[in-house]
Design a protein. Structure first.
Length: 569
C-alpha cells in the first residue's frame, strides 16, 4: 500500500529518514514491515483494577489482525483512573480530568510517531470516551473495542455487583448489615476481569460505541473473561486496515445523527448520566454542536426498553445472552428511534448491519417498543432557576420523579457523606452538595459512596440529592447532577441556604428553588468565589481551561477551531 498520503511517510520514507528507520530495525522490524502503514494499538491495560487486566491479551489479538490486513502494529498504553477505587475520597478529583489526559496522551503518541491509524481498547469509565475523543481529534482511520464487562458475583443465591457493596456500607452504618456480611460480600462481588456489570458508565459508553458506528457490531457485550473477545479484537485489526485503504475516517462516521443514535441507546437502556458529559465532548472533538440539552431532547423522545441495573433487574451478561447490543439497536430502529442511514466502520449503514437481527422471545431483558418500561427513556434533562445551564437525573426504575423539600447544604462531598453516615438528615430533605463541579472540585467528582449509603439506610426514595458534581452510572434514586452554572462560578446552587425549598419535576424537566429573581440577585451580589487548595500540578492546569458541564467539561477549542487536521498532514 502506497504511503504517499499517509502520515507515517514522514517517519519511514526516504533516505533522510534512515535514522528513524534505525529505531524500527532495533525493535526487530524488517524493511517490508517498516514500509507498511503503521497502526497504533492503544489500550488502557494496567493493574489498577479488574476493568483493565484483560486488555493486553486483546491488544495482542488486535495486532495479529493488523498484520493479517497488511499493516504494522505498534502497541502502547494510556493511563486510567479507576472510579471504583477513586470513589468517596479526594482521588475522585482525578477521574474526569483523566479523560483529557487519556485523549491527550494518545494524540501526542500518534502525532509524535506519525501513526496512520488506531485500534483503541478501553476498560474503565473514562478510558472509553477518552479513546473515542482521541480518534475524532486525530481523524485517522480508527476502530474502537470495549474490553468487556465483569461477570456477576454471587452472594446468598443472587447476582451481585460492586454497587451492592457500596450500598452495604450504608446498611452497615444503619445496623442492617453486619461486618461479617459486608466482608463476605466484598470478597465475591467482583469475580474477575472486566468493567462493572450493570448499565453504569462503562457499559453505557460501550453501547454508545456500537450505536455511534466506531465499534464492530456485537463487540460491546461479550464478558471480558471470555476468549471470544479475542476474535473481535483480531477483526478490529483487520477492519482498521480496510479503513486505511478506503480512507474512511471517524468524522465521516460520527455525525450529528450518529450522536443522536448514541444518546438514544443510553436512554433506552437507563444508562449513565455521564453520557451527558461524554457525548458533547465527542461532538466537540468533531467540531459539532451537541450539548446537554441536545442529549436531553433525545432522552425525552426515546422509550426505556431494557430492564438493566441499577434501575432494573439485569446485567450486561444478560444482554449478551440474548444477542447483544444489536438487539437493543434493532428494537429502536424498527420503532423509528434511530437514524438507520448512518455510516459505520463495517462500510455499511447501521440499518444494513441490523438487517438480520430479531428480538428473541421468552426473555425480559429487552422488550418491544409497544411494551416499553417508560415512554420517555431512563434519563431526564432538567432546567430552571436553580439550573439555567441544565442538570440531569436518572429516573429508570423510580416510582416517584417529583420531589419538594428543604435544602440541607454541604460545601463538599465529605461533609455530606459524614452527615449521612451519622444519620444527620431526615426523610423529605434535599441534600445539596456544591463546589464539586469541573472547576470547583476540581474535577467534578462522582457521589456514589453518598448515594449508596442513603440507599443502604433505606431512605433512597425518601430524600433527593442535587450537586454540581457527577453521579456514578451505578447511582440510583432522585439524584440530580451536573447542575450548572456550578457554584465555583457563582451559579445559583452556590447561593442556596439551609431551608430553601427546592422543587424537582422529572416529568416536566424542571429544577427550581422558591426564591425570587430579586432574592437570588441579592445573594449573588454578596457571593464571593472560593480559593482552591489545588494550586499546582494537573488539577491546577485543569481548572484553568475546563469549561461547563453543559458542553462536556472540555478543555480546548475543539474541532470547530482547527486549522490543521493531523490525518491530512
Amino acid at each position: 500500500m502506497s504511503k504517499e498520503h499517509l502520515p507515517s511517510r514522514h517517519a519511514t520514507s526516504g533516505p533522510e529518514r534512515a535514522p528513524h528507520r534505525a529505531f524500527y530495525y532495533a525493535m526487530g522490524l524488517t524493511a517490508e514491515e517498516i514500509a507498511r502503514p503503521i497502526v497504533g494499538v492503544v489500550s488502557s491495560w494496567n493493574e489498577a483494577a479488574p476493568c483493565n487486566i484483560a486488555l493486553k491479551r486483546q491488544a495482542a489479538a488486535a495486532k495479529r489482525g493488523v498484520v493479517a490486513g497488511g499493516g504494522t502494529p505498534r502497541e502502547f498504553t494510556t493511563i486510567t483512573v479507576t472510579d471504583g477505587i477513586a470513589m468517596g475520597h479526594a482521588g475522585m478529583k482525578a477521574s474526569l480530568p483523566s479523560r483529557e489526559i487519556i485523549a491527550d496522551s494518545i494524540e501526542l503518541t500518534v502525532r509524535g510517531h506519525c501513526y496512520d491509524a488506531l485500534v483503541g481498547i478501553a476498560g474503565c469509565d473514562k478510558t472509553l470516551p477518552g479513546l473515542m475523543m482521541a480518534m475524532l481529534r486525530l481523524d485517522v482511520p480508527s476502530v474502537f473495542l470495549y474490553g468487556g464487562s465483569i461477570l456477576p458475583g454471587r452472594y446468598k443465591e443472587r447476582d451481585v455487583t460492586v454497587l451492592d457493596v457500596f450500598e452495604a456500607v450504608g446498611g452497615y452504618a444503619a445496623g442492617t448489615v453486619s461486618l461479617d456480611e459486608l466482608t463476605a460480600l466484598e470478597k465475591v462481588a467482583c469475580p474477575g476481569a472486566g468493567s462493572c456489570g450493570g448499565q453504569y458508565t462503562a457499559n453505557s459508553m460501550a453501547y454508545v460505541s456500537e450505536a455511534i458506528g466506531l465499534a464492530l457490531p456485537g463487540s460491546a457485550s461479550p464478558p471480558a473473561a471470555w476468549e471470544t473477545r479475542d476474535v473481535y479484537a483480531e477483526q478490529c485489526g483487520e477492519t482498521v486496515m480496510r479503513l486505511v485503504r478506503d480512507q474512511v475516517r471517524p468524522r465521516q462516521i460520527v455525525t450529528r445523527r450518529a450522536l443522536e443514535n448514541a444518546a438514544a441507546v443510553v436512554a433506552a437502556t437507563g444508562g449513565s448520566t455521564n453520557a451527558t458529559l461524554h457525548l458533547p465532548a465527542l461532538a466537540h472533538e468533531a467540531g459539532l454542536a451537541f450539548d446537554l440539552f441536545d442529549v436531553a431532547e433525545v432522552f425525552r423522545r426515546t422509550p426505556l426498553i431494557a430492564d438493566l441495573k441499577p434501575g432494573g433487574k439485569y446485567l450486561a451478561k444478560d444482554v449478551h445472552d440474548i444477542g447483544g447490543v444489536s438487539i437493543i439497536l434493532k428494537v429502536l430502529l424498527d420503532g423509528g428511534f434511530l437514524h438507520g442511514d448512518c455510516l459505520t466502520i463495517t462500510g455499511k449503514t447501521l440499518a444494513e448491519n441490523l438487517a438480520d437481527v430479531a428480538l428473541p422471545g421468552d426473555q425480559k431483558v429487552v422488550v418491544p417498543v409497544a411494551e416499553a418500561l417508560s415512554p420517555t427513556g431512563g434519563l431526564v434533562g432538567l432546567r430552571g432557576n436553580l439550573a439555567p445551564d441544565g442538570a440531569v437525573v436518572k429516573v429508570a426504575g423510580m416510582k416517584h420523579v417529583t420531589f419538594s423539600g428543604p435544602a440541607r447544604v454541604f460545601d463538599s462531598e465529605e461533609a455530606c457523606f459524614e452527615a449521612v453516615m451519622q444519620r444527620q438528615y431526615a426523610a423529605g430533605d434535599v441534600l445539596v452538595i456544591r463546589y464539586e463541579g469541573p472547576r470547583g472540585g476540581p474535577g467534578m467528582r462522582e457521589m456514589l459512596s453518598t448515594t449508596s449509603a442513603i440507599y443502604g439506610q433505606g431512605l433512597g426514595e425518601q430524600v433527593a440529592l442535587i450537586t454540581d458534581g457527577r453521579f456514578s452510572g451505578a447511582t440510583r434514586g432522585l439524584c440530580i447532577g451536573h447542575v450548572g452554572p456550578e457554584a465555583a462560578v457563582g451559579g445559583p446552587i452556590g447561593l442556596l441556604r439551609d431551608g430553601d425549598v427546592i422543587d424537582i419535576d422529572g416529568v416536566n424537566g424542571t429544577l427550581s428553588v422558591r426564591l425570587s429573581d430579586e432574592e437570588l440577585a441579592a445573594r449573588h451580589a454578596e457571593w464571593k468565589p472560593r480559593a482552591t487548595d489545588y494550586t499546582s500540578g494537573a488539577l491546577w492546569r485543569y481548572v484553568q481551561t475546563v469549561g461547563p458541564a453543559r458542553y462536556g467539561a472540555v478543555v480546548h477549542p475543539g474541532g470547530a477551531a482547527e486549522k490543521h487536521i493531523y490525518a491530512e498532514q
